[in-house]
Ligand binder design. Structure first.
Ligand code: NAD
Length: 272
């Protein structure tokens, strides 16, 4: 079909990657569902087909550049073009600097940041060949508020936002849009797969997540709107926009407020 659109979504087996794939499927997209978890991706594929789209399960470890190259070679052989690359695969790490091992730092930077760098590096020429194509990088509100006990996560997400802003200007002459997405907490599996310096850290993260009213479906709908409008930024829900603005106006005040709130939530979670 000449109007069919083609997307790569990483981390498609769960959470936001699955929800976003379903939103794309409602518009009839064909999606390469990429993840370490093939069983989860196969479930997503069934849901995608049920929602009106189609796709394929592609086993991909985003931290392996040669796996990205294999993926590109397979897809360029089968697809006429690439319309969208979504760098969504991500993990969480919680704990204070010095408590966390360097191995935990390396693990998260490899997945959350290098994964996206490899993805764009490998696919960018293919995207440039298709004016109107788009890249979505999933960052986080963590990129802005720099909450204590989340340094590795914050660093990777600030990197994702900077990467997106840079690509926005770099790819503008090629007609390739870029969106950096900064959601606040919404419930997914990220806490279960994450690494934490202590059970208390994990409890705090779980408490923040379970108190959120935001959903992966809502975040996905906002991302689709941003792709249509070629928006650089998505801050979601509204509180994320508030923090982005406030951080620019009064950064130290916001950082103190976040640190106090973090201590309160941590105290409450430990006392449970
Ligand atoms: N859930 C939140 O509150 C929240 C908030 C802001 C940003 N985010 C971001 O959203 C993105 C999606 O996370 P989620 O919350 O849906 O979590 P999730 O755990 O439900 O999904 C993440 C997916 O990434 C996959 N993955 C992990 N390592 C991988 C690797 N090396 N190669 C390929 N796939 C890999 C996992 O298998 C999983 O399917 C992440 O980048 C996360 O940082 C989440």
């Amino acid at each position: 079909m000449p109007d069919t659109k083609y997307a790569i979504v990483t981390g498609a087996a769960s959470g936001l990657g699955r929800a976003l794939s379903l939103e794309l499927a409602k518009r009839g997209w064909v999606i390469a569902l990429c993840d370490l978890n093939d069983e989860g991706s196969a479930e997503t594929l069934e849901l995608v087909r049920g929602a009106g789209g189609d796709g394929r399960v592609e086993h991909l470890d985003v931290t392996q550049p040669e796996e990205w190259e294999k993926l590109r070679d397979k897809l360029t052989a089968d697809w006429p073009r690439l319309d969208l690359l979504v760098n969504n695969a991500g993990v969480g790490v919680g704990g204070e600097v010095g408590q966390l091992s360097l191995d935990d730092w390396k693990w998260i930077v490899d997945i959350n940041l290098w994964g996206a760098i490899y993805g764009v590096h490998t696919m960018v020429d293919w995207l440039k060949a298709n004016r109107g194509s788009h890249i979505v990088n999933i960052a986080s509100m963590a990129a802005i508020v720099s909450a204590p006990s989340m340094a590795p996560y914050n660093v990777t997400k600030a990197g994702m936002l900077s990467f997106s802003e840079t690509l926005f200007g770099e790819l503008m002459p090629h007609g390739v849009g870029v969106t950096g997405v900064c959601p606040a907490f919404f419930p997914t599996n990220i806490i279960n797969s994450g690494r934490f310096a202590s059970d208390d850290q994990q409890k705090t993260a779980a408490k923040l997540m379970s108190s959120s009213k935001c959903t992966a479906e809502y975040v996905s709908q906002r991302i689709l709107r941003a792709i249509d409008r070629k928006d650089l930024y998505v801050f979601v829900p509204r509180v994320a926009t508030f923090f982005w603005r406030m951080k620019r106006l009064m950064p130290v005040r916001v950082l103190k407020m976040i640190a106090r709130r973090n201590a309160e939530v941590a105290g409450a979670a430990v006392g449970q």
